[in-house]
Design a protein around this ligand. Sequence first.
Ligand code: PEP
Ligand code: MG
Length: 635
Amino acid sequence: MGNPKRCLNPCNLFVVLFGSKFSYCYFLQIPGGFVIAASYFGAPSIRLLMQPKLPEVRISGIGVSPGIALGPIAFRTWASEEPSLEAIAPEQVELEWARLKLALEATRQEIRSIQERISDKAGSSHAGIFDAHLLMIEDKSVLAEVRLTLEDELICIDAAYHQVLGRYADALSKIGDAYLSDRSIDIHDVCRRVIRNLAGFGPTPHATEPHVLLAHDLTPSDTATMDRDFVLGFATEVGSPTSHTAIVARSMGIPAVVGLHKLPAAMRWGNTVLLDGYAGLLIANPTAETLAFYDKILEQKAAANTKLEELRERSSCTSDGRSITLSANIEFLQEMDLVHKNGGSGVGLYRTEFFYLDSNGRLPTEDEQAANYTRVAQECGESGVIIRTFDLGGDKLFGSKSEDSREPNPFLGWRGIRVSLDERDIFKTQLRAILRASARNKVRVMYPMVSALEELLEANRILEECKSELELEDAEFDTAIEVGVMIEVPGAAMIASRLAREVSFFSFGTNDLVQYTLAVDRINEKVAGLYQPAHPAVLGLMKMAIDAGHEQNIWSGVCGEMASDITILPLLVGLGVDELSVGAVQLPMVKFAIRRLDYSRCVELVAGVLSLGEAREIHDRSLAMAKDRYPELFI
Ligand code: PEP
Ligand code: MG
């Protein structure tokens, strides 16, 4: 038995771990003098031996990755997070500087090995996140600032490095841009790794028993390197569904809840916690009743999943025979495996800006884009892929122009097609790549954030220009490539009959259509209650545009989150949508629901609610039909 390794304090239990790598001894002292001791052989781990009766604590956030996880809490803590500020003598400066060089090299190797592991597991686009980390380590201006701080302030290199990187991270997080805030997390990530190496801790340790990970925040690299055998799920105090952390969690299938604000002090190491990634709930010390409730849910989910799996090869037709194409939304090529597994027919929305953003703000070349789009299109087979041109701006950073393009109202600013039309070279590069990918595969192209006919006409004119260039170069492409426009601005919905003459399909970006119709910021929690997809104004606009499209023989799809909201599905079906595009994970559930709905009854439902004034009432009527038709999905 060696020195005490760690002191934990789970809910008034006092835990001391002694031991070598192979044998550990736990002492748990419950107030009142009761002590439990146990030892075992194996790697260090969080092991709950006994837990006193603690009150159940529920806290809600945003469920960003579905699933339920139950296990002991492990907190993400970094022993080296805040190095102590130690003064040094001037003659120690060079020594400290040499320590930093060694730590940087160790960090570089650590990141490279993570990169290799990730690219094997999740593909090179996820591994690309770490290119930025490597660049940060080498950044000359950062290092110059660290050197200056070291010399001027005569503090240890750990504190100097931490101070400088902290300043950079703070500056980014204060900009108020979701994407930039996420990049500040990357800086913290690199900083922690370097500080650990300076302190001689070595690479970040991993807990070696299954646990639910709680943290203030997690970096994309934390998420991408999570070992699924141990991390049952994770929850963070901050975060949004658009962060890379959430995106990676979804594609790796890790149940996750973010935006919990503040984890209650009652949540301690080793306490049992239940994480509900569907409802966005974290329940510490779940009571027997809660566990029984979730047991039932899991049973029902398992039964429902078996039923859902059986539908894989079945059509997505309503019970009275109306066929609705069911496709998938993807951000990364690697998601195609899940699309196949879940029986999606092609991709209805490829958010290509994530490919761009994962290239660390460097525009992928035409060849790189063409190769990527071709791979996705090949995977999609006959059903094809709808490639949305870059939807940069809004809450998504526009590469290196971030500083210049800070806007007071980014969602109402330089975004989507507006950026593409201003940055013609970038737009043309992408259109050429999309056209090249269409040579032997079914590819459609779609423009985001169109608010005026002129924009659509101009985009189509540039597309024709690209076709002419490719023809001259003898490059192959689909000369009749189908073009679609996203309907996500009320103005576009109002002029849908005119837009319909220029395109082959409409796709409703309801995430934006709701925010622009109701003037409710889609990422502002303070007005989340006003964000009502079943608002009669939203449904009215959709009906107007769908009807206008049908009159001119063009189809309409929905690719916003509304498409996977089974409480609203009866309304969408009744509005006459022809296609729904949802996250790969949600495909089976939505197919199940479509097959249970009766199109003619959905049409009647819509006819009966459009004149109602209150979104709540409309939603309730749709919900009632949904619960009647597919009760097993409401568990
Ligand atoms: C939408 O707005 O509904 C949409 C699908 O686009 P995004 O969420 O990428 O803005
Ligand atoms: Mg949108």
